[in-house]
Design a protein around this ligand. Sequence first.
Ligand SMILES: Cc1cc2nc3c(=O)[nH]c(=O)nc-3n(C[C@H](O)[C@H](O)[C@H](O)COP(=O)(O)OP(=O)(O)OC[C@H]3O[C@@H](n4cnc5c(N)ncnc54)[C@H](O)[C@@H]3O)c2cc1C
Length: 465
Amino acid sequence: MSQADFLRKLQNLLGTPHVLTLESDTAAFCLDQRQRYHGNPLAVALPGTRDEVAQLVRLARQHRIALVPQGGNTSTCGAATPAQDHRQLVVGLRRLNRVIEVDAANRSMTLEAGVTLARAQQVASEARRLFPLSLASEGSCQIGGNLSTNAGGLAVLRYGTMRDLTLGLEVVLPDGQVLNNLSGLRKDTSGLDLKQLFIGAEGQLGLITAASLRLFAAPTARATALIGVRDAQSVIDWLNALQEHFGDRLTTFEMMSEDCMTLLRHTHGERVPFCAPWTILLELSDTAEQELLYQQLLDWLATREMLDGVVAQNQTQRSTLWQLREDMSEAQKRRGPSIKHDIAIPSSAIPRFLELAQQALYSRFPHCSIMAFGHAGDGNLHYNVSYTRADNRDLFADEASVNRLVYDVVYRLNGTLAAEHGIGQLKTHWLEHYKDPLALALMRSIKKQLDPDNLMNPGKWLSAP
Ligand SMILES: Cc1cc2nc3c(=O)[nH]c(=O)nc-3n(C[C@H](O)[C@H](O)[C@H](O)COP(=O)(O)OP(=O)(O)OC[C@H]3O[C@@H](n4cnc5c(N)ncnc54)[C@H](O)[C@@H]3O)c2cc1C
């Protein structure tokens, strides 16, 4: 059975316009977000219903064609990029974009996998509820991609990751069967919680076609502040003090190093109100009166020591403070390339991590520059290493040594090398090195059981070596 035969049957199944074969049509599906990986697929299929996905999977299996599920293609680690050998079929989910149900009274909604995150938030908001997942890529990324990467973002501290926001899934398995578990249940002890297998699996165990997601009461009040403190330990002390005082009303707690804020000064000028050794962006949210929450934050801040501080007095000022945090990645990108690490350690270990990682890097690369920022409340840092002098480009020639120095410290402190961006193609060999071999073997035995022919997103980290 030839590839031409397969494509012909696929066109019959989906309709010719939904099977892209011309390079000009497939190009956008072939390059990853950071432009590190470029693939050449056999074609791009755009199924429009769950049943079409199931039939497509069965057809591909008959022809032994490997499938690469793709959502918004915003993965930063090449997780959704096909191989270069013209043999893999990219399956784009964007036509599966229906809202199946919003059950405001149950605080849940059921969406198809191709709904973008921004639209999911909008659907929740129209029902006067909150879907709290929030990422800078939310205009493009899709619910299926968010599930498959167990996405995190800016409100994990209060609401958890995508894993915590999911009540049920519908998944087309690698043999074409449909596992339907779109329950809106918060409690269910009738066996193993199978949905968890597919969350964070990066499309290697099946194609997610729909999900039931948790909704929350929409906040009516927010209080946001930017605070300057003298060292990383003070950041963690602030985190704990805020949690003790405000409980889970503390929704966001981000930290940014002095170098990050200085860099932003160049691009944002006076909109950066100060540059302290460490800057905290914190936000409280509540269903109470806006004025009350604002005053409670002011009163509490009056009892604290800080180097500098700004409290947003209105929505415009709040957006300005948030913009600083959201523009951080872009400002660094404009400054030049860096070696990025999306790591997590227990938040109490952040000061130790920063100290040890800096020592290790400076001893080997004395002129390197370190940009550390991220979701301190979750222990998740974006730790980017670059050079300060043009003649110091050897840093990039030795990227593996930089990674090794950083990850050694991360694992010494019981951390992980992939907090929220996943493994994809980028970190497969590091996973082999640092992950508990038994845990990895168990994951791969599940993969073999579900996908014995290795046709679901092969070449990524779950494929048996
Ligand atoms: C500017 C920017 C900011 C970002 N910020 C964050 C952040 O704060 N937090 C965070 O967690 N991530 C962040 N990311 C990373 C990325 O946006 C997330 O990983 C997102 O969840 C990926 O969704 P996607 O739809 O683009 O998935 P894709 O990139 O298309 O795919 C990602 C993985 O999911 C699989 N997949 C996609 N859809 C399905 C499906 N329906 N069924 C099965 N498998 C599927 C793919 O095969 C691939 O393995 C950011 C990215 C960018 C570019």
